[in-house]
Design a protein around this ligand. Structure first.
Ligand SMILES: Cc1ncc(COP(=O)(O)O)c(C=O)c1O
Length: 440
C-alpha cells in the first residue's frame, strides 16, 4: 500500500519483544510495574487519579524535570520507548484515557435511561467547547472521525462544474489529494499541483507560487497549514486572504495544526478547515474536525446521512453529524484532551515542543552524514523537523532504530516530531543510533 504521508516508507512500526540492553535497571523495574499495571486491576486505579501536574515552579527551575515527571505521571508511554512520531498518531494522556474508559463504562452499565452516544446528537456543549478553542462558532463546526473524512466531505460536498480547477501544493498528504482526484474522476473537475519549496527562506516563496498559479478556471485552493512530509508551516493567513481577493475558496488541511500551534480560524480566514485532534491534541484515535466559515457548511452536500441531513435551519453544521451510531467515548476523550492542554497552558506546551524541535535541529547540524530539510527559521517550523540522510547505509539504520525502540518515520528523508512527552534523551538516542550506523 502506498504511504499516504508520501515522504518515505514507514519504519516506525513497533517491534515485538522487549530488548533490555538499552534500558537501565530502574527502567526495567518501571517496565515490569507498568506491565503488571496493565493486566490487573491497578490500572483502573491509576486511571482514576486526578490530573495533578508537577509543581509549576519546576518549569522555571528545572524544566526538563517538570516535563519528565509529567511524562511518567500523566502518560503511559514506558521509559524505554523513544516516541518521535506523534505527527502520525499522537499519545493519549491518562485523563483522556480515563474519559474514554469512563464513557465506555457508563455505556456498559446502562445505569441511566439515556445512554450517551453520537451519530444522532448535535453535541452542543462539546462543539461549543471545541469551537472556543479553535476561534470559531459552534454552528461552523462539526465532528468527524478524522481529517480524511473531513477532507472528503468538503471535496465531495462542494458544487463544482466540469472544467473547474482545484489547486494543491506538491506537498499534500494522500487524503488531501485523493479527495480531489475522486471529485475530478467523477465530475470532470481538474486538479493541478503547484510546486513550493521545502526549504524556503522567505514566506513569499510559499505564497507567491500558489497565488500566481490561480487562473480563470480555479475555484478552490486546498493546502496544508503544516505539511505532512516535512512539517513546513505555510503563511496561512496571507494565502487565504490573497485567494479570497481572487474569489477562490480556500480549504485548509489542518491535520497538523490543532494542538501543535495556536489556531484561530476566524483570524486565519480560510473558508474550510479540517483537523486531526488525535495527532497533536491528545485525543483518542478516531477524532476529526470539519469547519466551514460563516454559512460555509450550509453550502456543502453531506457525505453520509441520516434524518436531519437537510435541516440547515436548526441543525446547521450538526447536519454533518447525523451519521448513525458512533463511539461516544472518542468525543468525551477529545474534550478531555482539549482540557488537558488548556490546564497545562497552551503557550507552555507550544514552547516546549518548539524547544525540543530546536534541540533536534542543533543535533542535526552537527552531523555531516545528513542535512536539514527544515529551514532554520522558527517562522517555518514548530514541532516537526525533517532531515535528509546523505548516506546509502540506511538499510541498517531502520532495524537499529527499531531495536532501540525509537519510533520515527522516514526513509532517505525522515521526519521527527516532538511533543511534551518527548525527552531530550529520546532525541539523543535517535542520534546515537544514527551515529553508530552511519558515522565514519
Ligand atoms: C496533512 C495531513 N492531512 C491529512 C491527514 C490524514 O489525517 P487522518 O489520519 O486523521 O485522517 C494527515 C495524516 O497524517 C496529514 O498529515
Amino acid at each position: 500500500m502506498p504511504n499516504p504521508e508520501r515522504s518515505a516508507p514507514n519504519h516506525s512500526r513497533d517491534s515485538g519483544s522487549l530488548t533490555t540492553s538499552l534500558t537501565s535497571r530502574r527502567t526495567v523495574i518501571r517496565q515490569l510495574a507498568l506491565a503488571g499495571a496493565l493486566v490487573g486491576i491497578p490500572w483502573r486505579r491509576a486511571l482514576a487519579e486526578p490530573a495533578v501536574f508537577p509543581e509549576r515552579e519546576l518549569l522555571q527551575t528545572n524544566p526538563d524535570r517538570f516535563w519528565s515527571r509529567l511524562r511518567s505521571e500523566q502518560f503511559l508511554v514506558p521509559e524505554w520507548r523513544s516516541f518521535l512520531n506523534p505527527a502520525s498518531l499522537g499519545v493519549m494522556p491518562r485523563p483522556v484515557l480515563k474519559a474514554v474508559v469512563d464513557s465506555l463504562t457508563r455505556g456498559a452499565e446502562y445505569a441511566t435511561d439515556d445512554v450517551q452516544r453520537w451519530g444522532y446528537e448535535t453535541l452542543d456543549p462539546e462543539r461549543t467547547e471545541m469551537a472556543d478553542f479553535l476561534g470559531c462558532r459552534k454552528d461552523e463546526l462539526a465532528f468527524t472521525h478524522n481529517c480524511t473524512e473531513a477532507m472528503s466531505t468538503i471535496a465531495n460536498g462542494l458544487d463544482l462544474r466540469p472544467g473547474d480547477e482545484v489547486l494543491l501544493t506538491n506537498q499534500e498528504h494522500g487524503s488531501g489529494i485523493a479527495s480531489w482526484k475522486l471529485k475530478a474522476a467523477r465530475y470532470g473537475t481538474t486538479v493541478r499541483e503547484v510546486e513550493i519549496p521545502v526549504t524556503p527562506k522567505q514566506p513569499e516563496e510559499l505564497t507567491d507560487p500558489l497565488i500566481s498559479a490561480i487562473g480563470p478556471r480555479t475555484r478552490v485552493l486546498s493546502f496544508s497549514g503544516i505539511t505532512s512530509p516535512t512539517g513546513l508551516i505555510l503563511p496561512v493567513r496571507q494565502i487565504c486572504q490573497a485567494a479570497r481577493e481572487k474569489g477562490v475558496i480556500t480549504v485548509l488541511d489542518g491535520a497538523h495544526m490543532d494542538g501543535q500551534v495556536s489556531v484561530n480560524l476566524h483570524d486565519l480566514g480560510c473558508d474550510y478547515f479540517t483537523g486531526s485532534p488525535h495527532k497533536w491534541l491528545f485525543a483518542p484515535p478516531g477524532c476529526g474536525l470539519l469547519y466551514g466559515r460563516g454559512d460555509g457548511l450550509d453550502r456543502l452536500w453531506p457525505l453520509c446521512v441520516s434524518s436531519g441531513w437537510d435541516n440547515k435551519e436548526s441543525l446547521r453544521s450538526a447536519r454533518f453529524m447525523m451519521i448513525g451510531t458512533n463511539n461516544r467515548s472518542t468525543i468525551d476523550g477529545m474534550i478531555a484532551g482539549v482540557r488537558f492542554l488548556k490546564e497545562l497552558g497552551e503557550e507552555v506546551v507550544y514552547q516546549r515542543m518548539h524547544h525540543l524541535a530546536r534541540l533536534v535541529m542543533k543535533e542535526a547540524q552537527r552531523r555531516s552524514y545528513l542535512e536539514l530539510v527544515t529551514p532554520d527559521d522558527s517562522r517555518f517550523f514548530q514541532a516537526m523537523v525533517s532531515i535528509r540522510f546523505k548516506s546509502d547505509k540506511l538499510d541498517a539504520l531502520w532495524p537499529a532504530l527499531k531495536e532501540g525502540k525509537v519510533n520515527v518515520i522516514g526513509g532517505q528523508r525522515s521526519r521527527l516530531s516532538l511533543h511534551i512527552h518527548t525527552r531530550p534523551s529520546d532525541i539523543k538516542k535517535f542520534f546515537q543510533v544514527c551515529d553508530r550506523v552511519l558515522a565514519g
